[in-house]
Structures are given as C-alpha cells and as structure tokens.
Design a protein around this ligand. Structure first.
Ligand code: NAD
Ligand code: WQD
Length: 342
C-alpha cells in the first residue's frame, strides 16, 4: 500500500481526493496550514471512509518542518494541492502569491529529492492556456501569456517540474490541468468551503439561493457564444478526485522512458453561464436573482477540454453532468451551516 503525502488536504479538491485515495486503498497524510480551510473536514472524511486522516498544520514554505515530517514517514508520493488560488487577490498581492505558490512548490521538490519520493502529482490549471485559439483545448496547446500572477505561478510550477524531470529521470511527474471544478461529495458531508466570500460561479449561485447574497452578476451577455455569456467546462469534484488516484497509479507504473505527463481534466462540454444558472434552477426548483452586467476584465470567452489523453492513458472518464454538480453543490450549501462552515 503506497503512502502518499497530500498537501492542501483540508481544502476543496484535496479533501475530496483524500476520500478517493483512501477508498482506493492508499495510505495518506495531509499537510495543510488551514489558510483557506478548516480541519473539521477531517471528521467528514472519517465519517465517509472510516479513516481519520492525520493533518499536519505546516506551511509548505517552511522547509525544515517538511523535512522533519518526511523523515518520520516513508512517503512513496506527493500530491501537491496547497496553493493560494484567488485570481483577483493575486493581482493586488503578487508577492504573496509568488512566495506561497513557488516557495511551497520548490520545498516539495526539495524534499522529494532529499527523501527519494518517487511520484509527484501537481494541481495545475487550464489557466495556463489563457485564451486558447483552438477548441476543445488539447495538452499540446501552447501556454499563452498569463492573465494573472496566480496563472503565472502555475506556468512557472509546470516549468520547475519539467526541469526536475530532466534532472531526475527516476522520478515520475504528472501535471493535472483542471478546468472548472465544482459540486460536492454525494454524502452532503463535505464540499467547497472557502474562507470569506466565494469567488467562483457555482458557490456564488448556491450562496445566492440560500440568501447569503441577495443577487449576483452575470459578467457579460454580449460575447460571441450561443447565448452571449462565457463558456466554461465544469468538472465534478469527485470525477476530479478519481483522476488524481488514477494519475498516481499511472505515475507509479510509468515506464522509465517517460517521466513527465500532463493531462486535461474537463468534460469536453462547454456550458454557458446562463445554462449553468438554468441547470441550478432546474434541480433546485429555485428562481435565482441575478442581473446581466458588463464583462469581467480578463475573462476568457470560451474554454473547454479535450480529455482524450486522460481517457486513453489513465482510463479516466468524467461521469457527472452539470445537473449533478448543481444538485450536490446545493445539498452541500444547505448542510454547511450544520458543520460549522457557514
Ligand atoms: P483550496 O483553497 O480549497 O485548497 C488549498 C488548500 O491549501 C487549503 O486548504 C489551504 O489552507 C492550503 N494551503 C494554501 N497555502 C498553503 C501553504 N503555504 N501551506 C500549507 N497549506 C496551504 O483550493 P482548491 O480549490 O482545493 O485548489 C487546490 C489546488 O488546485 C490549488 O493548487 C489550486 O490552484 C488548484 N486549482 C484549483 C481550481 C479551482 O477552481 N478550485 C482550478 C484549477 C486548479
Ligand atoms: C466562471 C464563469 C465568469 C462569477 C477561475 C480561475 C481559473 C480556475 C478556475 C484555478 C465566468 C462567470 C462568475 C460571477 C459570473 N481556477 N461568473 N458571475 O474565471 O472560469 O476560472 O476558476 O486555477 O484559473 O480564473 O471561474 O467561477 O470565476 O467563472 O458571471 O459572479 O462564470 O465570468 O464566465 P473562471 P469563475
């Protein structure tokens, strides 16, 4: 049974991935300084899996503490989620984002090297593609100039990984480029719980429906799309979690000739903002209050994934629709206050 160090394990995608890793028979240890999460998610994971995950409240920028932890455990792999991810904040606080996301990344690569930890999975993002010229986007699409310091940290991290893969052919690296993760665990026990106000469309919709917000804006209805609003590829968080486990297995079995791979994780289907709203209204029976407003600066008009490579090499296929995403996100929003995360 492989033992995997999961950074950011108390966060949104990390916590859902812990569930999938445990259910697939992996041993896991989390490192999360709780800067954008709370550790009561570990209780939810225990309820779902029967396993109480050990979380170490360590900042990944603290190399000495990471080294102490790695000296105590014999890790076979690292799945690195821990990062700051608020695009707008990264524009006003670029140093904070570069320091947190890049120093953290370098420290993890450092302990990987020092302790000979073979497998490394990195949370990248479709943001590396910027405004793509061809849709659906394949992994071969060029990186466009970053739209934000956050996006730049993802591009630099992928570059760091590439350099490590050249220097250390015995290590295995996978970059996972997520499209728009959304939805919650089907148990209703865990979901997205950002500290402060939600920044992404799906939690903004559920917060409006429950009354935490009075309304929200649709940013732009005059784009050259089928209804004028932007198109995104919303990927169900449990499908994403599954892809991490499969990527981990792929990395650990990967032949020596190839030690670096990148995969798009999306559904291949684009959904407009107005279609996402309609899907929520359909599954919840609630009419949302929103206004059609101007374009948001920096928004990509349309992006969705070609995930053929993940299908072929990982045996991964996204199973859930936008309706399933909205149903689980809504169930979680209604439950959140009861687990102290409202
Ligand atoms: P999240 O904020 O819910 O989870 C990140 C976790 O990392 C949090 O629990 C936070 O407390 C922790 N963390 C941050 N900095 C840390 C540090 N220095 N030391 C220790 N812990 C730290 O975010 P998420 O949505 O789960 O995202 C996980 C990863 O996926 C991030 O790298 C993010 O950039 C990437 N990603 C997210 C999305 C998305 O839309 N959610 C899309 C593409 C990529
Ligand atoms: C989705 C759509 C908005 C809020 C961000 C990051 C990206 C990646 C995923 C991490 C867009 C519209 C939103 C609102 C709206 N994260 N919208 N009203 O911008 O696709 O991507 O998260 O890597 O890097 O940039 O996600 O959820 O903010 O927006 O109309 O109040 O919803 O314009 O079309 P985005 P989002």
């Amino acid at each position: 049974m492989d033992k995997v160090l999961v950074t950011g394990g108390c966060g949104y995608i990390g916590s859902h991935t812990l569930v999938d890793l445990i259910e697939s028979g992996h041993q896991v240890v989390s490192v999360d300084n709780l800067i954008n999460s709370a550790d009561h998610v570990l209780k939810a994971i225990e309820k779902i899996t029967g396993v109480l995950v050990e979380n170490h409240r360590i900042d990944v920028c603290d190399l000495a503490s990471l080294q102490d932890l790695c000296a105590q455990h014999d890790f076979d792999g690292i799945i690195h989620f821990a990062a700051l991810k608020n695009v707008g904040e990264s524009v006003s606080e670029p140093l904070l984002y570069h320091r947190n996301n890049l120093v953290g990344m370098m420290n993890l690569l450092e302990v990987q090297k020092q302790f000979g930890i073979r497998n490394f999975i990195f949370s990248s993002s479709c943001t590396v593609y910027g405004n793509p010229s061809t849709l659906p986007v394949t992994e071969e699409a060029p990186f466009m100039p970053a739209e934000s310091p956050y996006g730049r940290t993802k591009q630099i991290c992928e570059g760091l990984i590439e350099d490590m893969s050249t220097a250390h052919p015995d290590f295995r690296y996978v970059n996972l480029r997520y499209f728009n993760p959304a939805g919650a665990h089907p148990s209703g026990l865990m979901g997205e719980s950002p500290e402060g106000t939600a920044m992404n469309l799906v939690p903004i919709i559920t917060e409006t429906a429950i009354g935490k917000r009075t309304s929200f804006s649709v940013f732009g209805t005059d784009y050259d799309t089928r209804d004028g609003s932007c198109i995104r590829d919303y990927i169900y968080v449990m499908d994403l979690a599954r892809a991490h486990t499969l990527s981990y297995v792929h990395a650990s079995r990967s032949p020596l000739a190839k030690n670096l791979d990148a995969f798009n994780l999306g559904t291949g289907r684009g959904t407009t903002v107005l279609e996402a709203i309609a899907a929520f209204e359909e599954v919840s029976g609630i009419k949302l209050t929103y206004e059609k407003s101007g374009r948001r600066s920096g928004d990509v008009v349309s992006i969705y994934a070609n995930y053929d490579k993940a299908k072929e090499l990982l045996g991964w296929q996204p199973g859930s629709s936008i309706e399933e995403i909205m149903r689980t996100a809504w169930q979680w929003e209604k439950n959140r206050s009861q687990v102290g995360t409202a």
